[in-house]
Design a protein around this ligand. Structure first.
Ligand code: ADP
Ligand code: MG
Length: 262
């Protein structure tokens, strides 16, 4: 099973040459998500099976409407599947009631959205501190952690500003800090550079990768940005309800020399 499929340069840079030893952090077992519209039932994800490993940077690709956001929302406990199981480490999300799922989210997940989703009536510092406080920890410590992260995203001087005074790139940098402040196990990013110009997107992406790597976090990102692929440890394509890893498709292509795709 140790096929040496050529991986992104980031692997060497972060020195992750022992991927086989990384335990899975996310396991999807026969995961199915259907939406009912009138009499028609539409399976967005259909008996998906996959494992994502601790510390990896996992990229989800797929055209608009393929189910990238749906999958992230399922893994993050925002949405519930129609069938199958989702495990995050030792927790089976599909066995949790709504209250337990909310607590799970607060403790374990950091979300980053395309449109930042900062709370307009809170200052930058308050926005970042909020997840820490929701996790039941003290405000003083929360502010300390928030200020340290604000420094990392180079916005230390904007702590008392409100989000609407910030540019898109700055708002997303605040959102990165907010996603990480409570030290969640899993960072889920849904097209985090989708609403930014190219240069700003690159800055945000570099910061996000640097922070998640330094903190040893697992990052799962849905994106259209082809530049991201170069940094990924694992790339999945969502296509017609299935999740296909680039490694699987490479092996499948190798195995069938008569493959129509050549
Ligand atoms: P992506 O993020 O890849 O663009 P989404 O996960 O947002 O795709 O959506 C996948 C599909 O599910 C789309 O066809 C979308 O229209 C459909 N969908 C999403 N939410 C709902 C819903 N609440 N009811 C019905 N269909 C939905
Ligand atoms: Mg989406």
């Amino acid at each position: 099973m140790s096929s040496n499929v050529s991986r992104s340069p980031s692997l060497h840079r972060i020195g992750k040459n022992t991927r086989a030893q990384q335990p899975p952090i996310v396991r999807l077992l026969n995961l199915t998500k259907r939406y009912e519209e009138g009499a028609v039932s539409h399976a967005i994800l259909h008996t998906v099976n996959a494992e994502m490993l601790e510390g990896d940077f996992v990229v989800l690709l797929g055209k608009s409407g393929s189910g990238k956001s749906t999958l992230l929302n399922l893994i993050g406990g925002i949405d519930v599947p129609s069938d199958g199981e989702i495990w995050v480490r030792d927790t089976c999300l599909t066995r949790l009631n709504e209250h337990a799922l909310t607590l799970f989210r607060r403790d374990n997940i950091g979300f980053i959205f395309q449109f930042f989703n900062l709370i307009p009536t809170l200052t930058v510092l308050e926005n970042i501190t909020l997840p820490y406080e929701l996790r039941g920890r003290g405000r003083r410590e929360g502010e300390k952690a928030a200020r340290a992260l604000l420094d990392r995203v180079k916005l230390a001087d904007r702590a008392n500003t409100y989000p609407d005074r910030l540019s898109g790139g700055e708002q997303q940098r605040v959102a990165l800090a907010r996603a990480l402040v409570h030290e969640p196990q899993l960072i889920l990013a849904d097209e985090p550079t989708g609403n930014l110009d190219e240069e700003t997107g690159e800055t945000v992406l570099a910061l996000l990768l640097e922070l998640t790597r330094d903190m040893g976090k697992t990052l799962i990102m849905a994106t259209h940005n082809p530049e991201v692929v170069a940094y990924a440890d694992v790339i999945y394509h969502i296509h017609e309800g299935k999740l296909v890893s680039e490694q699987d498709s490479a092996i499948a292509t190798d195995a069938t020399s008569t493959s129509a795709r050549g």
